[in-house]
Design a protein around this ligand. Structure first.
Ligand SMILES: Cc1ncc(COP(=O)(O)O)c(C=O)c1O
Length: 384
Protein backbone atom coordinates (compact mmCIF):
# COMPACT_ATOMS: atom_id res chain seq x y z
CA UNK A 1 0.00 0.00 0.00
CA UNK A 2 1.13 3.55 -0.66
CA UNK A 3 2.73 5.20 2.35
CA UNK A 4 0.58 8.27 2.98
CA UNK A 5 2.35 10.87 5.10
CA UNK A 6 1.94 14.54 5.90
CA UNK A 7 4.41 17.07 4.52
CA UNK A 8 5.08 18.35 8.06
CA UNK A 9 6.89 15.12 8.90
CA UNK A 10 9.80 16.29 6.78
CA UNK A 11 10.29 19.24 9.13
CA UNK A 12 9.93 17.39 12.42
CA UNK A 13 13.08 15.70 13.67
CA UNK A 14 13.37 12.99 16.30
CA UNK A 15 15.16 13.69 19.59
CA UNK A 16 18.75 12.87 18.68
CA UNK A 17 19.53 12.40 22.37
CA UNK A 18 17.29 9.33 22.26
CA UNK A 19 19.80 7.54 20.04
CA UNK A 20 22.54 8.38 22.59
CA UNK A 21 20.30 7.00 25.34
CA UNK A 22 19.48 3.86 23.33
CA UNK A 23 23.16 3.19 22.66
CA UNK A 24 23.99 3.85 26.34
CA UNK A 25 21.38 1.27 27.36
CA UNK A 26 22.77 -1.21 24.81
CA UNK A 27 26.26 -0.81 26.28
CA UNK A 28 24.85 -1.17 29.80
CA UNK A 29 23.13 -4.40 28.74
CA UNK A 30 26.56 -5.64 27.66
CA UNK A 31 27.80 -4.97 31.19
CA UNK A 32 29.51 -1.59 30.58
CA UNK A 33 29.29 1.09 33.23
CA UNK A 34 27.75 4.30 31.84
CA UNK A 35 27.67 7.71 33.50
CA UNK A 36 24.47 9.40 32.38
CA UNK A 37 24.79 13.10 31.73
CA UNK A 38 22.43 13.16 28.75
CA UNK A 39 19.07 12.80 30.47
CA UNK A 40 16.74 15.77 30.90
CA UNK A 41 14.81 14.56 33.91
CA UNK A 42 15.43 14.59 37.65
CA UNK A 43 17.11 11.43 38.95
CA UNK A 44 14.97 11.53 42.12
CA UNK A 45 11.84 9.40 42.42
CA UNK A 46 8.51 11.19 42.69
CA UNK A 47 8.17 12.30 46.34
CA UNK A 48 6.40 9.91 48.70
CA UNK A 49 3.49 12.22 49.50
CA UNK A 50 2.67 12.57 45.80
CA UNK A 51 2.76 8.82 45.18
CA UNK A 52 0.55 8.16 48.24
CA UNK A 53 -1.96 10.72 47.00
CA UNK A 54 -2.10 9.02 43.60
CA UNK A 55 -2.73 5.62 45.16
CA UNK A 56 -5.43 7.04 47.41
CA UNK A 57 -7.06 8.72 44.38
CA UNK A 58 -7.14 5.47 42.47
CA UNK A 59 -8.57 3.64 45.50
CA UNK A 60 -11.23 6.33 45.82
CA UNK A 61 -12.23 5.79 42.19
CA UNK A 62 -10.90 9.05 40.71
CA UNK A 63 -10.24 7.38 37.41
CA UNK A 64 -12.73 9.05 35.11
CA UNK A 65 -12.58 12.01 32.77
CA UNK A 66 -12.21 15.38 34.47
CA UNK A 67 -13.19 18.76 33.01
CA UNK A 68 -10.98 19.69 30.04
CA UNK A 69 -9.56 22.73 31.85
CA UNK A 70 -8.58 20.60 34.84
CA UNK A 71 -9.64 19.58 38.33
CA UNK A 72 -11.04 22.79 39.88
CA UNK A 73 -9.20 22.37 43.22
CA UNK A 74 -5.93 21.81 41.38
CA UNK A 75 -6.47 24.92 39.25
CA UNK A 76 -7.02 26.83 42.48
CA UNK A 77 -3.91 25.34 44.15
CA UNK A 78 -1.80 26.26 41.13
CA UNK A 79 -3.20 29.82 41.12
CA UNK A 80 -2.46 30.06 44.86
CA UNK A 81 1.15 29.02 44.26
CA UNK A 82 1.79 32.45 42.72
CA UNK A 83 2.66 35.40 44.94
CA UNK A 84 -0.37 37.45 45.99
CA UNK A 85 0.55 40.48 43.86
CA UNK A 86 0.62 38.50 40.59
CA UNK A 87 -1.82 35.70 41.42
CA UNK A 88 -4.05 34.85 38.43
CA UNK A 89 -7.64 33.84 39.01
CA UNK A 90 -8.08 30.06 38.92
CA UNK A 91 -10.30 30.56 35.85
CA UNK A 92 -7.15 31.43 33.88
CA UNK A 93 -5.26 28.29 34.96
CA UNK A 94 -5.54 25.27 32.67
CA UNK A 95 -4.20 21.86 33.69
CA UNK A 96 -2.51 20.14 30.75
CA UNK A 97 -0.69 16.92 29.86
CA UNK A 98 2.72 18.34 30.77
CA UNK A 99 4.20 21.60 29.52
CA UNK A 100 4.09 19.83 26.16
CA UNK A 101 0.28 19.83 26.27
CA UNK A 102 0.27 23.49 27.29
CA UNK A 103 2.57 24.47 24.40
CA UNK A 104 0.32 22.65 21.96
CA UNK A 105 -2.78 24.41 23.25
CA UNK A 106 -1.15 27.83 23.04
CA UNK A 107 0.09 27.36 19.49
CA UNK A 108 -3.20 25.76 18.43
CA UNK A 109 -4.95 28.86 19.79
CA UNK A 110 -2.59 31.45 18.31
CA UNK A 111 -1.39 30.21 14.93
CA UNK A 112 -2.87 30.33 11.48
CA UNK A 113 -0.88 28.87 8.56
CA UNK A 114 2.31 30.84 7.90
CA UNK A 115 2.24 32.81 11.16
CA UNK A 116 5.68 33.24 12.67
CA UNK A 117 6.89 32.58 16.20
CA UNK A 118 10.27 33.96 17.28
CA UNK A 119 12.38 31.68 19.44
CA UNK A 120 15.99 31.25 20.54
CA UNK A 121 18.52 28.93 18.87
CA UNK A 122 19.84 26.98 20.76
CA UNK A 123 16.55 26.05 22.39
CA UNK A 124 14.29 23.19 23.42
CA UNK A 125 13.81 21.27 20.15
CA UNK A 126 10.08 20.51 20.48
CA UNK A 127 9.19 24.19 20.40
CA UNK A 128 9.90 24.64 16.72
CA UNK A 129 8.17 21.34 16.00
CA UNK A 130 5.03 22.36 17.90
CA UNK A 131 4.92 25.53 15.83
CA UNK A 132 5.26 23.46 12.66
CA UNK A 133 2.57 21.04 13.83
CA UNK A 134 0.10 23.93 13.83
CA UNK A 135 1.27 25.16 10.41
CA UNK A 136 3.21 28.09 11.83
CA UNK A 137 6.78 29.02 11.03
CA UNK A 138 9.36 28.98 13.81
CA UNK A 139 11.90 31.76 13.31
CA UNK A 140 14.98 30.51 15.13
CA UNK A 141 17.17 33.44 16.19
CA UNK A 142 20.81 32.64 16.86
CA UNK A 143 21.79 33.63 20.39
CA UNK A 144 25.15 33.38 22.10
CA UNK A 145 26.86 34.10 25.38
CA UNK A 146 26.64 37.87 24.80
CA UNK A 147 22.90 37.73 25.61
CA UNK A 148 23.16 34.72 27.94
CA UNK A 149 21.75 32.58 25.09
CA UNK A 150 18.43 34.38 25.39
CA UNK A 151 16.39 36.65 23.15
CA UNK A 152 16.43 40.35 23.90
CA UNK A 153 13.92 43.10 23.10
CA UNK A 154 16.34 44.31 20.39
CA UNK A 155 16.47 40.88 18.75
CA UNK A 156 12.68 40.64 18.92
CA UNK A 157 12.33 44.03 17.21
CA UNK A 158 14.92 43.15 14.58
CA UNK A 159 13.29 39.87 13.58
CA UNK A 160 9.67 40.95 13.81
CA UNK A 161 7.78 40.84 10.51
CA UNK A 162 4.18 41.36 9.49
CA UNK A 163 3.71 37.62 9.88
CA UNK A 164 5.03 37.44 13.46
CA UNK A 165 2.36 36.70 16.05
CA UNK A 166 4.32 35.56 19.10
CA UNK A 167 7.66 35.27 20.86
CA UNK A 168 8.54 32.20 22.92
CA UNK A 169 10.91 32.63 25.85
CA UNK A 170 12.15 29.80 28.07
CA UNK A 171 13.60 31.04 31.33
CA UNK A 172 15.59 29.24 32.66
CA UNK A 173 16.31 27.68 29.29
CA UNK A 174 17.08 24.22 28.05
CA UNK A 175 19.94 23.56 27.02
CA UNK A 176 21.76 26.53 28.59
CA UNK A 177 20.18 26.94 32.04
CA UNK A 178 20.23 30.73 31.65
CA UNK A 179 17.56 33.23 32.64
CA UNK A 180 16.19 36.32 30.96
CA UNK A 181 16.99 39.19 33.35
CA UNK A 182 13.87 40.88 34.75
CA UNK A 183 14.46 44.21 33.00
CA UNK A 184 14.96 42.46 29.66
CA UNK A 185 11.80 40.40 30.13
CA UNK A 186 9.88 43.61 30.81
CA UNK A 187 11.32 45.10 27.61
CA UNK A 188 10.45 42.00 25.56
CA UNK A 189 6.87 42.01 26.86
CA UNK A 190 6.56 45.71 26.11
CA UNK A 191 8.09 45.36 22.62
CA UNK A 192 5.87 42.43 21.61
CA UNK A 193 2.81 44.20 22.93
CA UNK A 194 3.61 47.38 20.94
CA UNK A 195 4.20 45.29 17.83
CA UNK A 196 0.83 43.60 18.32
CA UNK A 197 2.01 40.12 19.27
CA UNK A 198 1.92 37.80 22.25
CA UNK A 199 4.63 36.54 24.58
CA UNK A 200 4.69 32.90 25.67
CA UNK A 201 6.98 32.24 28.63
CA UNK A 202 7.99 28.68 29.45
CA UNK A 203 8.78 28.66 33.18
CA UNK A 204 9.14 24.88 33.50
CA UNK A 205 12.50 25.28 35.30
CA UNK A 206 11.48 28.26 37.44
CA UNK A 207 11.54 26.14 40.62
CA UNK A 208 15.13 25.18 39.87
CA UNK A 209 16.96 28.49 40.15
CA UNK A 210 19.97 28.63 42.42
CA UNK A 211 21.41 32.05 43.11
CA UNK A 212 18.49 34.42 42.87
CA UNK A 213 14.75 34.65 43.17
CA UNK A 214 13.36 34.68 39.63
CA UNK A 215 10.52 37.07 38.95
CA UNK A 216 7.48 35.32 37.43
CA UNK A 217 6.58 36.59 33.96
CA UNK A 218 3.11 37.46 35.30
CA UNK A 219 4.75 40.27 37.25
CA UNK A 220 5.50 41.98 33.93
CA UNK A 221 2.08 41.48 32.43
CA UNK A 222 -1.11 39.50 32.90
CA UNK A 223 -1.35 39.29 29.09
CA UNK A 224 1.47 36.76 28.69
CA UNK A 225 0.90 33.04 28.32
CA UNK A 226 2.77 31.18 31.06
CA UNK A 227 3.71 27.54 30.67
CA UNK A 228 4.75 25.38 33.62
CA UNK A 229 4.80 21.75 34.63
CA UNK A 230 4.98 19.22 37.44
CA UNK A 231 7.74 17.41 35.52
CA UNK A 232 10.99 19.02 36.68
CA UNK A 233 10.89 20.82 40.06
CA UNK A 234 8.08 18.54 41.27
CA UNK A 235 9.83 15.42 39.90
CA UNK A 236 6.80 14.06 38.03
CA UNK A 237 8.04 13.63 34.45
CA UNK A 238 6.16 10.40 33.78
CA UNK A 239 2.84 11.54 35.22
CA UNK A 240 2.22 14.02 32.43
CA UNK A 241 0.77 17.00 34.27
CA UNK A 242 1.57 20.62 33.59
CA UNK A 243 -0.28 23.89 33.36
CA UNK A 244 -0.91 27.02 31.42
CA UNK A 245 -1.93 30.46 32.64
CA UNK A 246 -3.65 32.26 29.79
CA UNK A 247 -5.24 35.68 29.41
CA UNK A 248 -8.90 35.39 30.37
CA UNK A 249 -10.27 36.04 26.88
CA UNK A 250 -8.47 32.97 25.48
CA UNK A 251 -9.96 30.51 27.97
CA UNK A 252 -13.09 29.58 25.93
CA UNK A 253 -10.89 28.84 22.89
CA UNK A 254 -8.43 26.84 24.98
CA UNK A 255 -11.30 24.96 26.63
CA UNK A 256 -12.69 23.78 23.29
CA UNK A 257 -9.22 22.90 22.00
CA UNK A 258 -8.43 20.88 25.17
CA UNK A 259 -11.79 19.09 24.94
CA UNK A 260 -11.01 18.03 21.40
CA UNK A 261 -7.30 17.28 21.64
CA UNK A 262 -6.98 15.66 25.09
CA UNK A 263 -10.51 15.48 26.58
CA UNK A 264 -8.72 15.82 29.92
CA UNK A 265 -5.38 15.37 31.66
CA UNK A 266 -5.00 12.08 33.58
CA UNK A 267 -7.27 12.12 36.65
CA UNK A 268 -5.02 10.17 39.07
CA UNK A 269 -2.09 12.33 38.03
CA UNK A 270 -4.04 15.50 38.78
CA UNK A 271 -4.97 14.23 42.26
CA UNK A 272 -1.32 13.33 42.78
CA UNK A 273 -0.26 16.82 41.68
CA UNK A 274 -2.52 18.32 44.35
CA UNK A 275 -0.24 16.78 46.97
CA UNK A 276 2.82 18.35 45.33
CA UNK A 277 1.99 21.62 47.12
CA UNK A 278 1.83 20.05 50.61
CA UNK A 279 4.40 21.62 52.93
CA UNK A 280 6.03 18.28 53.68
CA UNK A 281 6.49 17.50 49.99
CA UNK A 282 7.72 21.01 49.36
CA UNK A 283 10.37 20.57 52.07
CA UNK A 284 11.67 17.53 50.20
CA UNK A 285 11.61 19.37 46.85
CA UNK A 286 13.53 22.29 48.33
CA UNK A 287 16.16 19.88 49.62
CA UNK A 288 16.54 18.58 46.07
CA UNK A 289 17.05 22.12 44.76
CA UNK A 290 20.01 22.40 47.12
CA UNK A 291 21.41 19.13 45.77
CA UNK A 292 21.08 20.36 42.18
CA UNK A 293 22.92 23.54 43.16
CA UNK A 294 25.71 21.52 44.75
CA UNK A 295 26.03 19.46 41.59
CA UNK A 296 26.18 22.52 39.37
CA UNK A 297 28.80 24.06 41.64
CA UNK A 298 30.89 20.91 41.31
CA UNK A 299 30.43 20.19 37.61
CA UNK A 300 30.84 23.70 36.18
CA UNK A 301 34.42 24.35 37.38
CA UNK A 302 35.38 20.69 36.86
CA UNK A 303 34.38 20.77 33.18
CA UNK A 304 36.01 24.15 32.65
CA UNK A 305 39.23 22.74 34.05
CA UNK A 306 39.14 19.93 31.49
CA UNK A 307 38.77 22.49 28.70
CA UNK A 308 35.04 22.70 28.06
CA UNK A 309 34.31 26.37 27.50
CA UNK A 310 31.17 27.24 29.48
CA UNK A 311 30.85 30.93 28.83
CA UNK A 312 27.94 31.78 31.12
CA UNK A 313 27.22 30.55 34.63
CA UNK A 314 23.76 29.02 34.29
CA UNK A 315 21.45 30.18 37.07
CA UNK A 316 18.95 27.35 36.79
CA UNK A 317 17.61 24.08 35.32
CA UNK A 318 20.11 21.18 35.42
CA UNK A 319 22.12 21.71 32.26
CA UNK A 320 25.49 23.07 31.25
CA UNK A 321 25.97 24.08 27.62
CA UNK A 322 29.61 23.78 26.73
CA UNK A 323 31.73 24.75 23.74
CA UNK A 324 33.78 21.64 23.02
CA UNK A 325 35.60 22.89 19.89
CA UNK A 326 38.93 22.87 21.63
CA UNK A 327 38.93 19.06 21.52
CA UNK A 328 39.19 19.16 17.74
CA UNK A 329 36.14 17.15 16.82
CA UNK A 330 32.58 17.82 15.90
CA UNK A 331 30.28 17.59 18.96
CA UNK A 332 28.42 14.63 17.47
CA UNK A 333 31.66 12.69 17.10
CA UNK A 334 32.85 13.71 20.51
CA UNK A 335 29.58 12.54 22.12
CA UNK A 336 29.77 9.19 20.34
CA UNK A 337 33.44 8.76 21.16
CA UNK A 338 33.11 9.46 24.87
CA UNK A 339 30.14 7.13 25.03
CA UNK A 340 31.87 4.25 23.26
CA UNK A 341 35.35 4.74 24.72
CA UNK A 342 34.77 5.80 28.32
CA UNK A 343 31.04 5.26 28.92
CA UNK A 344 30.05 8.89 29.40
CA UNK A 345 26.72 9.86 27.84
CA UNK A 346 26.24 13.53 26.84
CA UNK A 347 23.99 15.27 24.32
CA UNK A 348 25.44 16.73 21.13
CA UNK A 349 24.36 20.26 20.16
CA UNK A 350 22.37 19.29 17.10
CA UNK A 351 19.28 18.55 19.17
CA UNK A 352 18.98 22.22 20.05
CA UNK A 353 19.06 23.99 16.70
CA UNK A 354 21.25 25.05 13.83
CA UNK A 355 23.44 27.69 15.40
CA UNK A 356 26.89 26.18 15.92
CA UNK A 357 25.58 22.79 17.10
CA UNK A 358 28.85 21.17 16.04
CA UNK A 359 30.72 23.23 18.64
CA UNK A 360 28.48 22.44 21.60
CA UNK A 361 27.40 19.65 23.88
CA UNK A 362 24.91 19.66 26.74
CA UNK A 363 25.73 18.12 30.10
CA UNK A 364 22.83 17.29 32.41
CA UNK A 365 23.59 17.18 36.12
CA UNK A 366 20.44 15.26 36.96
CA UNK A 367 22.62 12.55 38.43
CA UNK A 368 24.29 11.92 41.78
CA UNK A 369 27.42 13.82 42.78
CA UNK A 370 29.31 10.51 42.88
CA UNK A 371 28.31 9.72 39.29
CA UNK A 372 29.21 13.23 38.13
CA UNK A 373 32.61 12.90 39.81
CA UNK A 374 33.15 9.61 38.03
CA UNK A 375 32.12 11.16 34.71
CA UNK A 376 34.56 14.02 35.21
CA UNK A 377 37.34 11.60 36.12
CA UNK A 378 36.80 9.61 32.92
CA UNK A 379 36.58 12.73 30.75
CA UNK A 380 39.76 14.17 32.29
CA UNK A 381 41.69 10.97 31.65
CA UNK A 382 40.43 10.72 28.08
CA UNK A 383 40.63 14.35 26.95
CA UNK A 384 43.42 16.02 28.88
C1 LIG B 1 12.11 23.90 28.14
C2 LIG B 1 11.18 22.74 28.21
N1 LIG B 1 9.86 22.94 27.99
C3 LIG B 1 8.98 21.92 28.02
C4 LIG B 1 9.40 20.62 28.27
C5 LIG B 1 8.36 19.53 28.28
O1 LIG B 1 8.08 19.11 29.58
P1 LIG B 1 6.84 18.26 30.06
O2 LIG B 1 7.39 16.99 30.62
O3 LIG B 1 6.17 19.07 31.13
O4 LIG B 1 5.94 18.06 28.90
C6 LIG B 1 10.75 20.36 28.51
C7 LIG B 1 11.23 18.99 28.76
O5 LIG B 1 12.40 18.70 28.79
C8 LIG B 1 11.67 21.46 28.47
O6 LIG B 1 12.99 21.28 28.69
Amino acid sequence: MKLVTARRLQDIEPFHVMSVLARAHELEAQGRSIVHMEIGEPDFPTADGIRQAAMAAIEAGHTRYLPALGLPVLRQRIADSYAADVRPSARRVVVTPGASGALQLVFAALLSPGDQVLLADPGYPCNRHFVRLFEGEAVAIAVDASTHYQLTADLVRKHWTRRTVAVLISSPANPTGTLVPDAEMAAIVDTASKLGGRVVVDEIYSGLVYDLEPMPALRHSQEVFVINSFSKYFGMTGWRVGWLVAPEEYIPAIDKLAQNIFIATSAPAQYAALAAFDPQVDGELQRRVQLFKQRRDFLLPALRKIGFDIKVVPEGAFYLYADCSRFGRDSQRLALEVLEEIGVAITPGRDFGNFEPERHVRFSYANTLEQLEEGVRRLREFLV
